[in-house]
Design a binder for this molecule. Structure first.
Ligand code: UD1
Ligand code: CA
Length: 459
């Protein structure tokens, strides 16, 4: 068999009018990742980085969301249809040096590598192959027309379907994923016309053109495979997100993650959860989060890009983003860990504690009502209730250092930049503006005076 090379082309220029949203459709998210992310994920094992994308509506925002892909973006300034998108990208397709082009609608985020593999397997035999499905509701799909011998004749868009011309519908429709042999398809591109109900150039018209030229055309049947559904409306987005959520949670349970109340657990596609981790619903875990075996995440946690070491316990109701939670650490309930929060082995934070760019050293504790921002807390230190690091003067942020074994009394304000030495003690209610050396006690508050109370007798 002659050598083949496949490049991919993602059609992502449309606005997605039926979404009724100002955002480009391919940037609508499922489990906190844009639709386009999933399409790229499925394509990468097949074509590696040979992926071109046609963008148009809100192209700059799409490029900003995918900087690594943006140098292979082709702009379709006016969106005149999927066939026009292909025409606009064709030069770049040919320049890729590939023999075949795998074209996919950017609004197909549930597509699997397996489905794409099946299509690519057809490249030895066909000039044009495309995936077909037979969903329950065929309403908006392009209909597949076959002849008496079941050979492909055409794809006819729902709007343009004419029973007298095309015969009774079979329920088989176009999934919007095509494999094109670049050399043979090229001459057909300029033959595309927009004489249809939408006034658009349809990629789907290539099918009939190819058949008429005597080229080999195949429809690869995927049956009622929901993973090939396109997303055009908020309802379809919800269905796809629900499907994806269940797919990920089921895979994790099967791999050995213990998930309680799994119907209420949402885990994004980039999160890694090790077998032996335990998660309670309701819970949302997004981004590049990592949950190690033996970590326990209680219910009602909202987590993004955070790491959890073995033996840590995140109790209920916490908001955690960009944090590193070490071994044996206890978090919450009701805490907020912001980016750069780091809790070392055995540390504890309790209710209404907020941390940002702050490290709590091994075994250190901040149990109640505290803000630690731009702060280093040494091992074994105790941060009393109501401690606030005043890290911001309205213009700049400053650091606070608290040494190992220090004890910060309740209701202390630490005005940064400031450091509290090892084993130092701060009297409750202090406003600390000067460094406190190791092993010393700093107290900075008005002295208490007790005065005689005059009690007037009521007449
Ligand atoms: C398309 C197919 C239909 C198929 C369905 C599968 C055509 C004409 N119809 O219909 O047969 O059953 O997908 O989901 O192709 N786009 C561009 N530039 C444009 C227009 C669209 O890049 O000028 C992109 C869109 O961003 C989208 C994709 O192409 O990602 C498909 O466009 P869409 O309008 O959703 O096509 P459908 O009506 O769903
Ligand atoms: Ca679509």
């Amino acid at each position: 068999m002659p050598e083949t090379k496949t490049t991919a082309l993602v059609l992502a220029a449309g606005k997605g009018t039926r979404m009724r949203s100002p955002k480009a459709k391919v940037l609508q998210t499922l489990l906190n990742e844009p639709m386009l992310f999933y399409v790229y994920e499925a394509l990468t094992p097949i074509v590696r980085d040979s992926i071109l994308t046609v963008v148009g509506h809100d192209a700059d925002t799409v490029a900003a969301a995918f900087p690594a892909m943006a140098d292979r973006f082709v702009t379709q300034a006016e969106q005149l249809g999927t066939g026009h998108a292909l025409q606009v990208a064709w030069e770049a397709v040919e320049e890729s040096g590939a023999t075949h082009c795998l074209v996919i609608n950017g609004d197909t985020p549930l597509v699997t590598v397996e489905a794409l593999d099946r299509l690519v397997a057809a490249q030895g035999c066909c000039d044009l192959a495309f995936m077909t499905i037979t969903p329950r509701d065929t309403a908006a799909f392009g209909r597949v027309v076959r002849d008496a011998e079941r050979r492909i004749r055409a794809i006819v868009e729902a709007k343009d379907y004419d029973f007298s011309l095309h015969g009774p519908v079979t329920g088989e429709v176009n999934a919007g994923i095509y494999l094109l042999k670049i050399a043979t398809i090229r001459p057909l591109l300029e033959k595309l016309q927009n004489t249809n109900k939408s006034g658009e150039y349809y990629i789907t018209d290539l099918v009939e053109l190819a058949v008429d030229q005597g080229l080999s055309v195949d429809g690869v049947q995927a049956g009622n495979d929901i993973s090939l559904m396109g997303i055009n409306s908020p309802r379809e987005l919800t269905v796809a997100e629900t499907t994806l959520r269940a797919r990920i949670v089921d895979e994790l349970i099967d791999s050995g993650v213990i998930i309680h109340n799994p119907g209420t657990v949402i885990i994004g596609p980039r999160a890694e959860v090790e077998p032996g981790a335990e998660i309670f619903g309701h819970c949302e875990i997004y981004g590049a989060s990592k949950v190690a075996a033996g970590a326990r995440l209680g219910s009602y946690n909202h987590i993004t890009d955070a790491t959890f070491a073995p033996g840590c316990e995140v109790r209920e109701f916490n908001h955690i983003e960009g944090a590193v939670v070490g071994e044996g650490v206890t978090v919450g309930p009701y805490s907020r860990l912001r980016p750069g929060a780091k809790l070392e082995k055995g540390a504890r934070i309790g209710n209404f504690v907020e941390m940002k760019k702050a490290t709590l050293g091994e075994g250190a504790k901040a149990s109640h009502l505290t803000y630690l921002g731009d702060t280093m807390v040494g091992a074994g230190a105790n941060i009393g209730a109501g401690t606030i690091t005043c890290n911001y003067d309205g213009k700049n942020k400053f650091l606070t250092k608290i040494g190992a074994g220090a004890f910060i009394g309740s209701n202390t304000a630490l005005v940064a930049p400031v450091s509290v030495g090892e084993n130092a003690l701060i009297g409750a209610g202090s406003t600390i503006t000067k460094d406190v050396p190791d092993n010393q006690a700093g107290i900075a508050r008005g002295k208490q005076v007790n005065l005689k109370r005059s009690l007037k007798k009521n007449k």
